[in-house]
Ligand binder design. Structure first.
Ligand SMILES: [Zn+2]
Ligand SMILES: [Zn+2]
Length: 269
């Protein structure tokens, strides 16, 4: 949960915010490495953004030109809602790349983290008129949580932003038709869980579509119940955090330190 300090004038408040930002930089860098580990990257493209603590609407995001495996807590750039740098960096701003994220962050104060991917199963679902079917275990959990946005071109121009926000509405998953997906939640672990859910639903739907015979459909009542149970599961702090931390232990066991001086325990200090 973000700590919002309304008047960060005291040194103590500033120190607390700096420590909180450091913790978030580590966790966001971990998320990039986890997405790379799972094979969900698109070379140097796509982004995961995260709001930093404090009253300003500032966000951390990957600099353009680095693979997700090259992201560290320190090379994440800090930008405003338009994607302009708000702190000096070795890397330039990438306003075009941040446009989709900025539009959602600006409109949805409850969404602090947004992950955007183009994996093949996700892009296949985004290509289909019907989108997600909500009939498999993971798809059912997304029922009622997905908005659909029509493709207007590879770049999000200013005039598309309100239409994109309207397409998302009060949902947490935005299928970018003919393109990919953006999922947003209140923090990194919950966003990872939602992204995982969408990825698995897409993989299963794609595989099932290649098998002969009809799918077994679920009723809307069962889909609703599944989505409600999934939301309840991540309402508390434990579930998504435990899952994320277990996955990061797995990534570090397999890959070793993720960046220079990565102790794997930064977050616990
Ligand atoms: Zn994209
Ligand atoms: Zn993006």
């Amino acid at each position: 949960m973000l700590k919002t300090v309304s008047s960060p004038t005291s040194g103590e408040a500033r120190d607390e915010m700096a420590a909180e930002e450091r913790r978030m930089r580590v966790q966001l860098a971990e998320f990039y490495h986890l997405v790379a580990y799972l094979g969900w990257t698109e070379m140097i493209f796509n982004h995961i953004s995260l709001r930093v603590p404090g009253p300003d609407r500032h966000y951390l995001v990957n600099p353009f030109g680095l693979h997700y495996e090259e992201i560290t807590p320190d090379n994440l750039v800090k930008v405003d809602v338009e994607g302009n740098l708000v702190e000096p960096s070795d890397y330039p701003a990438n306003r075009t790349g941040f446009a989709l994220h900025g539009a959602i962050h600006e409109a949805r104060d409850d969404i602090h983290c947004i992950a955007h991917t183009h994996t093949t199963p996700i892009s296949a679902i985004a290509l289909k008129e019907g989108g997600f079917t909500y009939d498999d275990f993971y798809g059912a959990q997304l029922f009622g949580r997905v908005g659909y946005h029509a493709f207007e071109g590879v770049t999000v121009f200013a005039d598309e932003r309100p239409r994109m926000v309207a397409s998302l509405g009060d949902k947490n998953v935005l299928v970018l038709r003919n393109h990919g997906i953006a999922v947003g939640e209140r923090d990194v672990p919950r966003t990872f869980w939602l992204l995982y859910n969408a990825q698995r639903a897409a993989e299963i739907q794609c595989q099932a579509g290649m098998l002969p015979g009809a799918n077994t459909p679920l009723t809307d009542e069962v889909r609703h119940r599944s989505a409600a149970a999934a939301e309840e599961l991540i309402a508390g702090d434990a579930f998504a955090a435990k899952l994320f931390e277990a996955m990061m232990r797995k990534v570090r066991r397999d890959r070793g330190p993720l960046w220079a001086r990565d102790t794997g325990t930064d977050r616990l200090e």
